[in-house]
Ligand binder design. Structure first.
Ligand code: 5GP
Length: 181
């Protein structure tokens, strides 16, 4: 049985993601090049991996990247506290960070990670996210680069999971109702 049998609708196709990644990559290249900088990408595990792999192909600068894995502390989400499951392997002191996310929902994750990166003395932090759900925002944080704005839907694919499954799908999809039950 294929995981594709569990899909109700494909929300964003592989081709749409590729085209948009190329546009974002060009925009990021122009913005950083104008200031004579190259971004240091920090990608959040695990959901942003396919998007990182795509977008770096279209950033025509000497971009380097590292990974972090974080989770919100249960019960204290409103404070935006996060627990670091895997920290960066490299220093970000004085670097212009491009934080790479799969989806921004409440905004707690990027808000907390941005604070953390500034505590680690990053020079600047901008956020690029494949998806944004602005209607779900709980904190005042706006990603600089957004692939697609979506409604309040739980999506999977292209790195995003439901109980660790469906990350391998090459597009963004919504699962059949019975799968979520
Ligand atoms: P935030 O801290 O902005 O509320 O949450 C961001 C994280 O929540 C994302 O990195 C992602 O792991 C998870 N998330 C939020 N919305 C969705 C969704 O629709 N699908 C999946 N698979 N994960 C989501």
């Amino acid at each position: 049985m294929s995981v594709r049998d569990d899909i109700k609708t494909v929300l964003i196709s592989e081709e749409q993601i590729r085209t948009r990644s190329e546009e974002l990559g060009k925009q990021i290249t122009e913005d950083y090049a104008r200031e004579g900088k190259a971004p240091y990408a920090v990608a959040l595990l695990r959901g942003s991996v396919p998007f990182l792999a795509d977008i770096i192909k279209y950033i025509d600068l000497d971009i380097q990247y590292d990974f972090m894995d974080v989770t919100s502390y249960a019960g204290t989400r409103t404070t935006g506290d996060i627990k670091i499951l895997k920290d960066l392997d490299t220093s970000v002191v004085g670097k212009d960070i491009l934080l790479v996310e799969d989806i921004v929902d409440s905004g707690f994750t990027i808000e907390a990670v941005k604070k953390l990166l500034f505590r680690k003395e990053a020079a600047s932090v901008k956020v690029v996210t494949l998806l944004d759900k602005p209607s779900r925002r709980k904190v005042d944080v706006t990603p600089e680069y957004v692939g697609f704005e979506i409604e309040d839907l739980f999506v999977v694919g292209y790195g995003m999971d439901y109980n660790q499954h469906y990350r391998c799908l090459p597009y963004i999809a919504v699962l059949k109702d019975e799968i979520y039950e």
